[in-house]
Design a protein around this ligand. Structure first.
Ligand SMILES: [Zn+2]
Ligand SMILES: [Zn+2]
Length: 301
């Protein structure tokens, strides 16, 4: 700012350059212990970046204090219990090599993903190696104008789900999460409009991005059922109850086979003692009917 006022004797550029190069070594040599000690107490910035903040690359000053702090607190993640290691939910999300993480926080699983599918899509940019032109069977296919944008999704769902006294209606946005980290949306388009028109923008794997680029499934995620089977465990809704594909014991289910919430209770491969679960069906409402059977946890929207 004061550069213009400086006389001719010392060119301002030299002064600035000298300061810029001189300062970092000085700090590195002598000043590090002090900032580290004072900045160590607020550990909050360290946890936040894992969830949302990778893109905004922070300037150089922060890494120095971060390193010593990290060594002091090497394990912010809770140690997985034996129960968690064998839990069907944990095992389900471990079936794919995705960036989805699952950790337990008290009575909740905290599942974090970037909403990005592990399969190709015409909704990736054409320059992206994951781009694949539409090759599905819908002759009415009409791609929407959005492209896939990695979007942080954090679902907190009960570890021990139970039937709620009354049904909670689902809302727009994520109502659950598939084992590949893609969110499930309900049977409505924006403003609770029927999916009638929107269906034509589903890609060959049953998903599409919303206006901000978050990819999601309203209907059967066919990449997952192709890989794991039409009756496979595909994910969970926010109330902690599992979601299965449209087939059961070799039979294709319809919505009329299920209750008003779009599920029923019996033993499954993952839950041999029986559990309430949802099924995808080819007919409306596809995944969830009147709302959650259990008490839903929370999610980012
Ligand atoms: Zn949608
Ligand atoms: Zn079933």
């Amino acid at each position: 700012m004061q550069a213009t006022a400086t006389p001719t004797a010392v060119p301002p550029t030299v002064t600035r350059a000298a300061q810029l190069t001189a300062v970092p070594p000085t700090i590195a040599a002598t000043a590090i212990p002090a900032p580290t000690a004072t900045q160590a107490p607020p550990p909050t910035p360290i946890q936040a970046p894992t969830a949302t903040l990778p893109p905004p690359a922070t300037p150089t000053p922060t890494p120095a204090p971060a390193t010593p702090t990290a060594t002091l607190r090497p394990t912010p993640t809770p140690a997985p219990t034996a129960a968690a290691a064998t839990n069907p939910l944990v095992a389900a999300f471990a079936r794919l090599s995705t960036s989805v993480t699952v950790r337990q926080e008290g009575g909740f699983w905290v599942i974090t993903s970037n909403s990005t599918p592990n399969h190709p899509s015409p909704y990736f940019p054409r320059t992206d190696s994951r781009y694949q032109a539409y090759n599905g069977t819908n002759l009415q296919y009409a791609q929407n104008p959005n492209q896939i944008v990695a979007t942080t999704l954090i679902c907190r769902i009960p570890v021990e789900p139970g039937r709620a006294a009354s049904t909670t209606a689902t809302q727009g946005g994520p109502i659950g999460i598939a084992i590949n980290g893609v969110p499930f949306f309900n049977q409505y388009a924006a403003m609770n409009a029927p999916l009638t028109m929107e269906i034509n923008s589903f890609d060959q794997y049953g998903g599409h991005p919303q206006q901000f680029g978050q990819y999601h499934y309203h209907v059967e995620p066919t990449a997952l059922t192709a890989q794991f089977g039409k009756g496979a465990l595909l994910g969970y809704l926010l109330d902690g109850f599992p979601v299965y594909g449209p087939e059961e014991n070799g039979r294709t289910l319809r919505s009329s086979d299920l209750d008003a919430n779009h599920g029923h209770t019996h033993a499954t491969a993952e839950y041999p003692n029986g559990i309430y679960h949802y099924h995808f069906t080819a007919d409306n409402p596809y995944l969830n009917g009147t709302g959650f059977y259990g008490t839903p946890g929370t999610t980012t929207r």
